[in-house]
Design a protein around this ligand. Structure first.
Ligand SMILES: *[C@@H]1O[C@H](CO)[C@@H](O)[C@H](O)[C@H]1NC(C)=O
Ligand SMILES: *[C@@H]1O[C@H](CO)[C@@H](O)[C@H](O)[C@H]1NC(C)=O
Ligand SMILES: *[C@@H]1O[C@H](CO)[C@@H](O)[C@H](O)[C@H]1NC(C)=O
Ligand SMILES: *[C@@H]1O[C@H](CO)[C@@H](O)[C@H](O)[C@H]1NC(C)=O
Ligand SMILES: *[C@@H]1O[C@H](CO)[C@@H](O)[C@H](O)[C@H]1NC(C)=O
Ligand SMILES: *[C@@H]1O[C@H](CO)[C@@H](O)[C@H](O)[C@H]1NC(C)=O
Length: 268
């Protein structure tokens, strides 16, 4: 019995030591190439460690957590990181939690994150990320948390994200998003978690429940219709007056001319 356990343990140790995953290595190598770390906060983020970042549940990389020899959590918040998010992050296929919040990351959110099929937490808040929110994130079926607040994301909120039934936190406030809030996210029903206006505020072009209905330059639809009707009526009155005055003037001129003509007529 002792011999069998000993044997199993030895095998397990051998396996975990040899379990440097080529996908994790590719993921970390590309991620470190796409990031800039001006304050040298990322300890052990070197080529050698990428080849062997985990030993069982022990991680040798700052900000990484390991599970059975694979990277399953990356928490690199508030480290003054610059650069962009590599699409090869999707090669960390066991990743469950990705937190790159409160840095200075720019560029788009790679749609390739859709291949992180175990991802439950995505926190990219407080960066300089731009472009559209990729609708493909809806393919990460286990997503619980999507926190993208305080970035420069633009375009529409993809209605597909409403398909994420486990979503309990959704925050896209303080971006440059526009268009209607999809009801699949703004007005959820049944036992799906609901998100209030604080999830959507601070986006100039965004409208619809739980935010107020469409507005344009701070004017309500009613005001726009009113102004439209008012200016139409005004121009009608103005052109009518103009025509009347013109008629009056030509009338007078005609009278004068006729007078002149009679005057010039020779007497027979
Ligand atoms: C860096 O790696 C060494 C050995 O590989 C390890 O002892 C140390 O804890 C690691 N540092 C961090 C911050 O993970
Ligand atoms: C972020 O990091 C800075 C500098 O290391 C520190 O002073 C600050 O308290 C951190 N902020 C948070 C919210 O952790
Ligand atoms: C690694 O990620 C890149 C970018 O998403 C992708 O093109 C490539 O197929 C991935 N490699 C593997 C082995 O999944
Ligand atoms: C995302 O990160 C920010 C900053 O680190 C933190 O304040 C916020 O609570 C996180 N979001 C979630 C949903 O945990
Ligand atoms: C929200 O959805 C419910 C049905 O689930 C509907 O009755 C209601 O009118 C919707 N509210 C808004 C503001 O769209
Ligand atoms: C909105 O929801 C958040 C949690 O998601 C909560 O902390 C906040 O108090 C809510 N705000 C209002 C006005 O209900």
């Amino acid at each position: 019995m002792g011999f069998i356990w000993g044997h199993l343990l030895a095998t397990a140790v051998l396996i975990s030591a040899a379990a440097a995953d080529p996908n994790d290595e590719r993921c970390l190598t590309h991620l470190s190439q796409s990031l800039q770390d001006p304050l040298k906060n990322l300890q052990n983020w070197t080529k050698d460690t990428f080849a062997n970042p985990c030993q069982g549940f022990t991680s040798f990389l700052q900000g990484a957590t390991c599970n059975n020899g694979r990277i399953y959590k990356l928490s690199l918040s508030n480290l003054s990181l610059k650069g962009s998010i590599s699409p090869f992050l999707s090669n960390c296929t066991n990743l469950q939690s990705l937190d790159l919040s409160s840095n200075e990351l720019a560029g788009p959110i790679p749609p390739d994150l859709q291949y992180l099929v175990n991802l439950a937490v995505l926190n990219l808040s407080a960066n300089h990320l731009s472009d559209d929110i990729p609708p493909q994130l809806a393919l990460c079926a286990y997503l619980n948390v999507i926190d993208l607040h305080d970035n420069q994301l633009s375009g529409l909120i993809p209605q597909q994200l409403g398909l994420l039934v486990r979503l309990s936190v959704f925050d896209v406030s303080n971006n440059k998003l526009s268009g209607p809030i999809p009801p699949s996210l703004g007005n959820r029903s049944g036992n799906l978690a609901r998100f209030n206006a604080s999830s959507y505020g601070g986006n100039k072009g965004l409208y619809g429940y739980p935010l107020p209905p469409m507005k344009s330059n701070g004017l309500s639809i009613l005001a726009i219709v009113g102004i439209g009707l008012g200016s139409g009526l005004l121009s009608l009155v103005l052109s009518f007056t103009a025509v009347c005055m013109w008629l009056k003037v030509t009338d007078k001129k005609l009278e004068n001319d006729q007078g002149k003509i009679t005057h010039l007529m020779p007497d027979y």
